[in-house]
Design a binder for this molecule. Structure first.
Ligand SMILES: CC(C)(COP(=O)(O)OP(=O)(O)OC[C@H]1O[C@@H](n2cnc3c(N)ncnc32)[C@H](O)[C@@H]1OP(=O)(O)O)[C@@H](O)C(=O)NCCC(=O)NCCS
Length: 183
């Protein structure tokens, strides 16, 4: 399902056909993302690397563990949103991750995308909770989460391997509803 976000930018599920536009987007934003992302092998910035990555994402989507979206402006990919580590049972939780093209920052896109992902998680995936983690100095991302209704729940030391080392993260969650599991 394609969801309108801001201006002409939409949020839609990723497809293998996006691999070329994804490659261009990651090459264009390599410096913009470096400090906030895991170290990427050179292959990640090639069409072959993106085809493999999208195929892996679609496999995970088919087993219900991942919802991968792109932010698209026409034929260009201008960001990504993922709901990963989807777990059902009494947890019914997923982890939100996102980035927005440097040229599109400051237009409310990440916030609109986070809100849309929460709505899908609540109404279609029937999850109870979404979590997200940011580096301690990622003030822009913390602002996005606050605007999207997340609350800070603590700091996890040495939580994720980002930009070459294990980094402390500020953790957030948004409780989506009080439906019982399976309800
Ligand atoms: C973080 C990121 C997703 C924000 O995307 P965006 O589309 O610009 O976000 P929005 O426009 O919805 O909101 C950004 C908010 O952060 C604020 N902001 C931006 N830079 C800031 C800074 N250095 N200090 C304080 N606030 C800042 C903006 O003013 C805005 O808040 P406002 O609406 O109250 O003015 C984008 O910068 C990005 O992709 N960064 C690199 C990857 C990344 O950090 N991903 C998240 C990992 S947790």
């Amino acid at each position: 399902m394609t969801l309108p976000l801001v201006d002409d930018v939409v949020l839609r599920p990723v497809a293998v056909d996006d691999a070329e536009a994804l490659t261009e987007a990651y090459v264009r934003n390599r410096e913009h993302l470096r400090h906030w992302d895991p170290r990427r092998p050179d292959d990640f910035f090639t069409l072959r690397g993106q085809v493999i990555r999208v195929e892996d994402q679609l496999e995970q989507r088919n087993t219900g563990r991942l919802m991968p979206w792109v932010l698209a402006d026409g034929d260009s990919v201008v960001g990504c949103v993922n709901l990963s580590n989807i777990v059902l049972g009494p947890f019914r939780s997923g982890s939100l991750g996102y980035w927005v093209d440097a040229a599109y920052n400051g237009r409310g896109l990440a916030t609109a995308a986070a809100l849309a992902a929460c709505q899908v998680a609540d109404e279609r995936l029937r999850l109870h909770r979404i979590e997200a983690g940011t580096l301690l100095d990622n003030v822009a991302s913390q602002r996005v989460l606050a605007k999207a209704g997340f609350e800070a729940i603590g700091v996890a030391p040495h939580y994720l391997h980002i930009d070459g080392s294990w980094r402390d993260h500020k953790l957030f969650q948004r409780i989506l509803n009080e439906r019982p599991p399976g309800g």
